[in-house]
Design a protein around this ligand. Structure first.
Ligand code: NDP
Length: 298
């Protein structure tokens, strides 16, 4: 591996989507029906609308059924939970995803708790989080799952590597750390109270940055040859007549290139892996529900 290789998440994700499409075709041959993913969107948040639109397109492209449910901003929590329960019971639905964030009058924990863990393709239900923590088969949140796939593609065996995960959210940092532990890495989780983060990062063979602070991790923090996975998506203020500012990650990319062995760009790194892993999880859910073997190559 030469210094400063780009990790092409877009290309890896395209390959994964193709493999999912192959599994979908086999599934349809055997069962006579398509795997189905239901997505619930509450309100009119523009970013959420874009995400839901992309998820629907990707779902249909691999040959799955997409069920979209749009609810008004002021929907009562009980109506949302009733819909989740209906989807739990719907045999055509293999995966259920509730697009976050939800409006402030709704308790997202209560809504996620209502999802059947066997259909929880986002991996946010406490049953799946618990299974991951104790090393049992679980649905793993899509973003950290995608990061792990990219890391294994780069390094093969991760055993014994020093890994630093910056960020401890339930959807990225914590599950990422669990996955790396499962791969026998020595894992450090850093967060906003961590002292001398630069020094912590300098010891890492693997750095996963999931913070949400533009270019916070500087190039000279990195050990030479470290593999860097940048989860952050941050929009800079517009410059020089730009309509929108540039998207950057949590790592100062140009500086990091001079030190890292390999690094994911933003955009085009982790982002495309998230939707590809959602399709992968849905395919796995459908196979389990149909009593079929785990699809190959996923
Ligand atoms: P959260 O805001 O939930 O968590 C951020 C974490 O960063 C917290 O654990 C926080 O620590 C930590 N943190 C904040 N400031 C510092 C600091 N100065 N030093 C060290 N750690 C710090 O974010 P998410 O995990 O949801 O997302 C992180 C980033 O990843 C965001 O940019 C988000 O947009 C992006 N993202 C990208 C996805 C993709 O598909 N590519 C998917 C999901 C997220 P503490 O716990 O102490 O507050």
């Amino acid at each position: 591996m030469s210094a400063g290789t780009l990790i092409d998440g877009k290309a890896f994700a395209a390959g994964l989507r193709q493999r999912v499409a192959g599994s979908v075709a086999k599934f349809v041959d055997v069962t006579g029906h398509k795997p189905g993913l239901a997505v619930i969107l509450v309100g009119n948040d523009p970013a959420s609308q874009v995400y839901v639109g992309s998820k629907k397109k990707a779902t249909v492209e691999v040959g799955m059924e997409s069920f979209e449910h749009r609810l008004p901003e002021d929907v009562p929590q009980s109506d949302l939970i009733t819909l989740v329960e209906r989807l739990n019971a719907d045999t055509a639905v293999d995966g259920i995803l509730v697009q976050l964030p939800l409006p402030s009058h709704i308790d997202d924990k209560a809504v996620i708790a209502a999802i059947d863990p066997a259909k929880d393709v986002d991996g946010f239900h406490v049953v799946n989080a618990g299974r991951l923590a104790v090393g049992e088969e679980a649905f793993v949140p899509c973003t950290p799952l995608g990061c792990l796939m990219l890391l294994k593609d780069q390094l093969g065996d991760l055993s014994g590597k020093n890994a630093v995960v910056i960020g401890r959210s339930n959807i990225v940092g914590k599950p990422m750390a669990q996955l790396l532990l499962g791969e026998n890495c020595t894992v450090t989780i850093a967060h906003s109270r961590t002292q001398d983060l630069a020094d912590v990062v300098r010891r890492a063979d693997i750095v996963v940055a999931a913070v949400g602070r533009a270019e916070m991790v500087r190039g000279d923090w990195l050990k030479d040859g470290a593999i860097v996975i940048d989860v952050g998506i941050n929009r800079l203020a517009p410059e020089g007549g730009e309509a929108k500012g540039r998207l950057v990650g949590d790592v100062a990319f140009d500086e990091a290139l001079g030190h890292a062995g390999a690094i994911t760009p933003v955009p085009g790194g982790v982002g495309p892996m998230t939707i590809a892993c959602l399709l992968r999880n849905t395919m796995v859910a459908a196979s389990r529900r149909a009593g079929l073997a785990m699809p190959e190559g996923l």
